[in-house]
Design a protein around this ligand. Structure first.
Ligand code: F6R
Length: 613
């Protein structure tokens, strides 16, 4: 949710900022802007994508080696040039970029208006830079101190970078609730700073993750960090484990398609070193100190949002099925505001690809404050949710850049399956034979995903038939019910077609009224314990002339005689079927969106990392 980038060193900063903003564009693309120190302070900003900013700046060719850049996902104020970042102080000397929300901005703004400040935008971020300016004037202090004092008065979440015409050889950054990573240049004479590591990785792999309530002062040769209470801290340098190629499109037209096709490998990575099929054993290295708490938990609460919540639903079915622990799956946003019962001893699994989702983080903190033990299941290493958890397991899917989540979902399901099986083994709720059957089958999943991906051309053909539909229904039962929800979410978020996912048996309690010859119904009808039941549901749809696209198990001869289109996926254990049945749904939404002329990587109104409530 908003991407921010900054640089101080000897390189030409403008092209570096633009490249960084393009890498961060998945976080927001309503507007973009840069501010560059070059004797004076030059600010360029424009509504729209980073490429529109580039066109706008083209003639100016800004010089300078210190600067900041921002790509916005609008919260306060519509996306337009005025609301684009960077924002400047009244006197024009200071510029700020901000990711997050200043909750008490209207009280601060009123006070500043009374003092004569004039605002150019409707944003909370502009209020913050005026506030910093005012504090610097009042206290007659240096900029770093003014930023620090201002932040002690601010309520809300932020990652900010501030620059000043008066101090052209420094950047000041601070974070609370929104991520910031500082890259240390190879010769220790330059620093990069960004919302995540993607703009940094091609220059250096030495990074420092700024913690909440920390302020960093960056000059060309030095990085100093202190707490907001003015206590210096020693930067903790970490080595990034990320390849440049993992954040590039690698020949694909869209990141989403690349990420869909990466799944055989991302699934392998999610289970590497954890799935020991020959020993009939599962080990999750990240869960050891608190393993017993999880085994003994009277209840597991799973929290997440969107696709991560869907992965949580699959986990509920798995854990209850094999480990016999009661599980509740909660939307993080509801959980945190509804006075939930959380008992000491409860285990909470927080699922988040980005590890930065504000609602999930807040729900986690709430559960922690009630004595629950938190297990994070995140993709982004070092992310806020990963760090706030007691223990956890990374999903190792590699950077996911397409806004619609694909490979993170399957990697989450793999890790959660491993967690469920590990618990089942410890709790002796699964026989050795059953465990071995599932583990051996899990090992075969990557090659089966490869096979499922071979239906791509056929799915493209089906997409062409249904691309103009106005509504879609997705039906599934058992383990395939969360997949129906996920398929519907994928379609609506990237193609803007209204789609609903339902448990197939619920259809007769309402949604069946929607069915007519215009309504495409995607039914996930693979061979499992509810096969006969879902066959009846298909007949109910066909009796009302609905158009059925069925996802079936390889070799099914019955369903193809009943429906309009079938897409086969390989057979597998019922519990692991979501890992295969979701693949055609990802591809279907991708092709439909593309045929409708939508930008699949950057769907309207969305952003990859939702760091606001
Ligand atoms: C859907 C999608 C979102 C995210 C949700 C949670 O394709 O990407 O629904 O799943 O915003 O994000 P994370 O997993 O980063 O917490």
């Amino acid at each position: 949710m908003c991407g921010i980038v900054g640089y101080i060193g000897n390189r030409k900063v403008y092209p570096l900022l633009i490249k960084g903003l393009k890498r961060l564009e998945y976080r927001g693309y309503d507007s973009a802007g840069v501010a560059i120190l070059n004797g004076g302070l030059e600010v360029f900003k424009k509504q729209g994508k980073v490429s529109e900013l580039e066109d706008f700046v083209a003639a100016a060719k800004p010089h300078g080696t210190v600067g900041i850049g921002h790509t916005r996902w609008a919260t306060h104020g519509e996306p337009n040039d005025a609301n684009a970042h960077p924002h400047q102080s009244s006197n024009g000397d200071l510029a700020i970029i901000h990711n997050g929300i200043i909750e008490n901005y209207s009280a601060l703004k009123q006070d500043l208006l009374n003092k004569g400040h004039v605002f150019q935008s409707e944003t909370d971020s502009e209020v913050l830079i005026h506030f910093i300016e005012e504090i610097q004037k009042m206290h007659d202090c240096d900029l770093e101190e003014a930023v620090r004092l201002a932040l002690t008065k601010v309520v809300g979440a932020y990652a900010i970078i501030v620059i000043s015409k008066q101090d052209p050889h420094q950047l000041i950054a601070a974070r609370k609730g929104s991520p910031l990573v500082i890259g240390i240049g190879k010769d220790k004479n330059e620093f990069f700073i960004a919302s995540d590591a993607t703009p940094i990785i091609e220059y250096t792999n030495e990074v420092v993750y700024l913690n909440d309530n920390e302020i960093a002062l960056l000059t060309q040769n030095e990085l100093k960090i202190k707490s907001i209470e003015d206590v210096p801290t020693t930067p903790y340098i970490q080595i990034l484990d990320m390849e440049l190629q993992s954040i590039e499109k690698g020949g694909y037209d869209y990141f989403m398609l690349k990420e869909i096709f990466e799944q055989p490998n991302s699934i392998r990575d999610a289970m590497r070193g954890r799935l020991l099929a020959r020993k009939n054993h599962v080990q999750l290295g990240g869960i050891h100190k608190y393993l017993q708490n999880l085994i003994d938990a009277p209840r597991i609460i799973i929290i997440g949002c969107g696709t991560s919540w869907h992965a949580g639903l699959v986990a509920e079915y798995i854990i209850e099925d094999v480990a016999r622990i009661p599980v509740e799956v909660e939307y993080a946003s509801e959980f945190r505001y509804r006075n939930p019962v959380i008992n000491k001893g409860d285990a909470v699994i927080a699922i988040s690809q980005s590890g930065e989702t504000a609602d999930t983080l807040a729900a986690l903190e709430l559960a922690k404050s009630h004595g629950a033990t938190i297990y994070g299941v995140c993709n982004v290493v070092g992310s806020s949710i990963a760090r706030a958890s007691h223990e956890g397991a990374y999903i190792h899917a590699g950077p996911e850049i397409g806004v619609a989540s694909t490979k993170a979902f399957t990697a989450q399901v793999v890790v959660l399956s491993l967690m469920g099986l590990m618990l089942a083994k410890h709790r002796k709720t699964i026989s050795e034979h059953q465990l071995s059957e599932i583990l051996l089958e899990l090992e075969r999943i990557p090659e089966k995903v490869e096979k499922a991906l071979k239906s791509n051309a056929q799915i493209e053909y089906i997409a062409d038939i249904f691309k103009d539909a106005r509504n879609f229904l997705y039906l599934g039962r058992g383990y395939n019910f969360p997949v129906a929800l996920e398929g519907a979410l994928k379609l609506k978020e990237i193609s803007y077609i209204h789609a609903e996912g339902y448990p197939a048996a619920e259809m007769k309690h309402g949604p069946i009224a929607l069915i007519d010859e215009e309504m495409p119904v995607v039914v996930i009808a693979t061979r499992d314990s509810s096969y006969d039941k879902i066959v009846s549901n298909i007949q109910e749809v066909k009796a009302r002339k609905g158009k059925v696209i069925a996802i079936v198990s390889e070799g099914d001869t019955l369903i193809p005689t009943m429906v309009d289109h079938v897409i086969e996926v390989p057979m597998t254990h019922e519990m692991l079927m979501p890992l295969l049945s979701v693949i055609p749904l990802q591809l279907l939404s991708y092709h439909i969106a593309l045929m409708r002329g939508c930008n699949v990587d950057q769907p309207r109104n969305l952003a990859k990392s939702v760091t606001v409530e």
